[in-house]
Design a protein around this ligand. Structure first.
Ligand code: ADP
Length: 519
């Protein structure tokens, strides 16, 4: 029946269209039926009224289908009902049953048309009703002419009109307010989504920028460090040796700072994955201690390792992250201690098998951290004493990163300290002892690298793919010093052309290269 009406956009308009079609057709049938009955009963005036109302209704349905204007069709339908009612009142000598229908019209008009358009229909209708009551009074039935009946009717009709009007007006305003509120909320939601997208984009750009910056800065830095190292290998005057040492230290510090900033960015973006595997904690601690030993010895500090005797040798955890945190704590302890000792200890605080609760502690007899600074130093870029970066160097990032890494592994990192007496930094870890099967996968802890060890191997051919000329030169010299025979390729394409199965013992590749990358 609806035809193209069924694709009206809103559910509400569709429902209205169905109702309008249904009531128009049903009314048409009823009115026509009354018209035919009136002809048979010789009530010709009724018949004319009915047929004309039927004609108007039919016209309305036609207009409705042609113009698809629901509002217009509804106004016309209500007006036709008013016309029919008024006609009936005038012709039926206004029987009191007709008056019952009169109440219905204001309700229907305000409900269907809203309070403004409802008034447009109801005002002329009311004038019509009153006109019939007072100008055609003499033609009305005696029961209707009764002043008591008339007063009651007019009073109650006025009440119905006023209440229907006020009710519709109130409903309209409330609905408007609600719709406005919904619109505001929807707009806020859209704003929020946009802001979130912008923030995500900014984060993405930040990571890309950091990744690029890291590559761009670290490449020349490695160049400086490599060349300095090569220079130190050769013959140098005492002054030359001192100067190259300064270059070496400065470049290494810069590299440390950049690595720390990158680490922090990776932690904050949740890009650090925990990779658990069986490892030897005791060995890991000794390797870290050995790394710091030259510096400790230089400052005449005692560096001791103290491991709980009942600690299993092999545990399952992320050795790289544990090592990073431990290196940070031990290097801080050595840095901030002038006399006395640094002690690395592992305490087994609880054995709740299958897990072990461990506490790794790095204690020193150094400058200590004042009580009011003990939380502050875990903030990013914060140091206990403003002058410490001048006296000791550093960025104030190490502890912030370490704490986040430990929390990532499910532990906590804290400090007990007394200013002037020393500090004890600790972190807790819950690790499982390795099983028999696990222990077969243990990788040996990498020992600190010795400079340019000589390689004893049958095949000493190495293919080196690198686009940066400085890096290429340094790597070539270093590999040659170790006894390798180096073949060079300037990018991935050349490397794959030079590759022959079984020819090279090793291929060394840069990951980022133009043309074809290392991956
Ligand atoms: P950095 O060492 O690069 O400044 P950290 O985050 O590792 O950054 O340390 C933050 C600050 O905490 C240090 O600057 C120092 O003031 C204080 N601190 C860290 N470790 C110690 C320690 N073992 N003894 C005294 N102060 C320390």
């Amino acid at each position: 029946m609806l035809g193209e009406w069924s694709d009206l956009s809103s559910e509400r308009s569709r429902l209205k269209a169905v109702l309008l079609h249904f009531f128009s057709l049903a009314s048409l049938l009823v009115i026509l039926l009354f018209g035919v009955l009136s002809v048979y009963n010789d009530h010709l005036a009724f018949a004319y009224l009915d047929f004309s109302a039927a004609f108007f209704l039919l016209l309305n349905v036609a207009i409705l289908r042609a113009s698809r204007r629901l509002q217009l069709a509804t106004i016309m339908a209500v007006s036709i009902a008013a016309y029919l009612l008024l006609g009936l009142m005038a012709l039926a000598a206004a029987a009191d049953t007709t008056f019952l229908w009169v109440y219905l019209l204001p309700l229907v008009a305000f409900f269907l048309l809203g309070y403004r358009m409802g008034l447009v229909v109801i005002l002329p209708f009311t004038v019509g009703v009153l006109g019939i009551l007072f100008y055609l009074r003499n033609t009305l039935l005696a029961s209707v002419q009764d002043p008591v009946f008339l007063t009651r009717f007019v009073g109650s009709y006025a009440l119905v009109v006023v209440f229907a009007y006020l009710f519709e007006r109130f409903r309209y305003r409330a609905q408007n307010r609600l719709e406005q509120e919904i619109t505001t909320r929807k707009e806020a939601e859209v704003d929020l989504i946009r802001a979130k997208e912008a923030a995500e984009k900014a984060t993405r750009i930040k990571s890309e920028f950091l990744a690029n910056m890291s590559h761009e800065i670290r490449t020349p830095l490695h160049g400086i460090i490599g060349v300095t190292q090569l220079m130190q290998e050769g013959a140098l005057s005492d002054q030359g040796r001192e100067h190259t040492q300064i270059i070496q230290t400065s470049a290494s510090t810069l590299l440390d700072i950049i690595n720390q900033i990158l680490d922090l960015a990776r932690v904050e973006e949740g890009k650090i994955n925990i990779i658990t595997k069986p490892f030897d904690l005791q060995k890991l601690i000794h390797v870290v201690a050995d790394l710091q030993r030259p510096l400790a010895e230089k400052k005449k500090l005692e560096l001791a390792v103290d491991i709980a005797p009942d600690l299993p040798r092999l545990l399952v955890g992320d050795p790289l992250l544990i090592r990073q945190v431990l290196i940070n704590l031990v290097s801080n302890a050595v840095k901030f201690t002038e006399t006395g000792s640094v002690r690395i200890a592992v305490e087994l605080s609880q054995k709740s098998l299958p897990n072990l609760d461990l506490r790794l502690r790095v204690s020193d007899t150094g400058i200590g951290v004042p009580a009011d600074k003990q939380e502050l130093i875990f903030e990013k870029f914060t140091q206990a004493d403003g002058s410490s970066s001048r006296d000791y160097g550093g960025t104030g990032l190490g502890l912030a990163i370490s704490r986040q890494l430990v929390e990532l592994m499910g532990g906590q990192l804290g400090v007990d300290s007394q200013a002037g007496k020393g500090s004890s930094f600790w972190f807790s870890l819950r690790l499982a002892p390795a099983t028999e099967a696990d222990s077969k996968q243990v990788e040996p802890e990498a020992a600190p690298a010795t400079k340019f060890p000589r390689i004893e191997a049958e095949n000493k051919r190495v293919l080196l793919a690198e686009d940066n000329a400085v890096n290429m030169m340094i790597a070539e010299i270093m590999l040659s010093k170790m006894g390798f025979l180096v073949d060079k390729a300037k990018d991935g394409v050349e490397a794959s052309q030079k590759f022959r199965p079984g020819h090279y013992a090793l291929i060394f590749m840069d990951c980022q290269m133009p043309g074809m990358d290392g991956f």
